[in-house]
Structure formats: structure tokens, C-alpha cells
Design a protein around this ligand. Structure first.
Ligand SMILES: [Mn+2]
Length: 270
């Protein structure tokens, strides 16, 4: 029995199949965890969700920004754009089932005792324990009857600095942004959303979140994340494992074997 963590799928069902075949994934014996953005810019969102949903308890995921975007479109907060490629999914009779299934998914989960999975990463002022607590806060709102009202406040870049005293929509938005959209930090603790480049091409004042010293992060802990395709997983630090490698941009889809720490990838061309 193996536990695999897969990077951003973004509706690329063929890529996911190639990757799972490559490691001989067995839905009966193995477990699959995703870093979020199950759907996104890829052309097979419905096939992707059909498959992942069918895995039942062998599958778990955290939510990514594209998954939340789907919830917002369903809730009537956003309109689907042509490049969202969501037409087949939005027209599916299974849409309601998948929406309610996604609403149960957290922003952060523990893959094992010391391994945190989130879509974008761990905000440098938070411990793993705090990230899990804040994920729970957001989940409670996503699972509440008035979840559409909470989601309506999701969009926006402010507040950009965490404060314990944040409340209501501001607190909700910061937690969602930190766990699903973060890449760079500016001025030690401020989320920056202007830059999506690899770290070496970024303005000097921007620091990748995983290079900001986090005093609450322990030496035996790991963070597994996706989202930042241009990073290509290159954190140069074994405590931060980036699995977002841009298959949807004709690059690679990547998976981690949790117990052996082995990485396996397939290329768009494969
Ligand atoms: Mn993302």
C-alpha cells in the first residue's frame, strides 16, 4: 500500500491516467491525495472529477484556487470564462454532486503526521497546526447553508498581512488567499499577488514564501504544495516539496510517493 500525492491536475485527465499507470496505482490498495486545482485550464474537467469521485475513500484533496472558482461560478458569483473550459462540467447532471463533494474538502490536510498538504503553501507566520485550524474555519463556512454568501467575499487581495484579530470576510479572504494563491512575500510578512515568475526572475524585494524564515515550522515537518507552475518544484529544500510542474502548460505532471519520497513525472508529450 502506497500513498501518492499528485500535483495540479487542472482537468488534464489524460496526464493523470498516464501518471497513475506509470506508478501502477491501485485504487484498492493505494491512496491518492491531490494538492488542489483538480480542474482548471485543461479540457477534461468532467472526466477528471468522474474519476477522482469514483475513488471514494482512496482519494482526498485540498482545494485550489480553480476549485474555489468553480464553486463561485456555481454560486453565481462569477461567470465562467471560455478558457475555464468548464462547459461540459457545468452542463453535467452530476454537477450538484461534485459541488457538494468539493465543499467538504479542506484547504489543508495532513498526509502523514509531519506532512502538510496545501495548494499554495504555508504562510511563514503560521505553524502547521494553525494552518489546519484556519482551514477548518473556512471549511465550516463552505459547508454552512449560507456558503454562497461567504464565497462572495473571497475575491480581492486585501488584507495582505495576517493579524489574529482579523474577522469575518477579511479573515476568510486572507486564509483562502494564503493557502490557495500565495507565491511571494514582500516586507517579511505581506502576500504579493503581482508576480508569477520563477524566483530568479522576480524583483529583488520579493521572497518565495518557503524562503521566509518560519520559526513555528519544525525541522521534521514537510509542506507539499502545487499552484506555482513556473517554480517547477525547484525549492532546493527537502522540507518544501513543490509538485506544480505545469502539465496544463504542456510541461509535466508530478507525483510524490509519500513514504519513499520518490518523485515520478510524465510529460505532456509522453
Ligand atoms: Mn492554483
Amino acid at each position: 500500500m502506497a500513498t501518492y500525492i499528485v500535483g495540479d491536475i487542472q482537468g488534464c485527465f489524460l496526464g493523470l491516467q498516464k501518471l497513475l499507470n506509470k506508478v501502477h496505482f491501485s485504487p484498492i490498495n493505494d491512496r491518492l491525495i491531490a494538492v488542489g486545482d483538480l480542474i482548471g485550464r485543461g479540457t477534461q474537467p468532467l472526466e477528471t472529477l468522474d474519476y477522482l469521485y469514483s475513488l471514494e475513500n482512496s482519494f482526498d484533496t485540498v482545494l485550489g484556487n480553480h476549485d474555489l472558482n468553480l464553486l463561485a461560478i456555481f454560486a453565481g458569483i462569477r461567470k465562467a470564462k471560455p478558457n475555464d473550459n468548464l462547459d461540459t462540467l457545468l452542463a453535467s447532471p452530476k454537477l450538484n454532486t461534485y459541488i457538494n463533494w468539493l465543499r467538504l474538502k479542506p484547504l489543508a490536510l495532513l498526509a502523514d503526521q509531519d506532512t502538510l498538504v496545501t495548494h499554495a503553501g504555508l504562510y511563514p507566520q503560521w505553524s502547521v497546526k494553525k494552518a489546519l485550524k484556519f482551514s477548518l474555519e473556512v471549511s465550516e463556512q463552505l459547508q454552512a447553508e449560507d456558503w454562497k454568501e461567504s464565497l462572495a467575499y473571497m475575491y480581492g487581495n486585501q488584507p495582505s498581512i495576517w493579524q489574529k484579530s482579523l474577522q469575518g470576510s477579511q479573515r476568510f479572504r486572507f486564509i483562502v488567499n494564503a493557502m490557495t494563491r500565495m507565491r511571494f512575500i514582500v516586507n517579511q510578512n505581506e502576500l504579493d499577488f503581482s508576480c508569477k515568475t520563477p524566483p530568479e526572475l522576480a524583483p529583488q524585494e520579493l521572497t518565495p514564501w518557503f524562503k521566509v524564515i518560519n520559526k513555528k515550522f519544525k525541522s521534521n515537518q514537510r509542506v507539499v504544495f502545487g499552484h506555482w507552475a513556473s517554480l517547477n518544484g525547484d525549492t532546493y529544500n527537502s522540507q518544501f516539496i513543490g509538485l506544480g510542474t505545469g502539465y496544463v502548460w504542456e510541461q509535466n505532471m508530478t507525483l510524490l510517493n509519500l513514504s519513499s519520497s520518490e518523485i515520478c513525472s510524465v510529460n505532456f508529450q509522453d
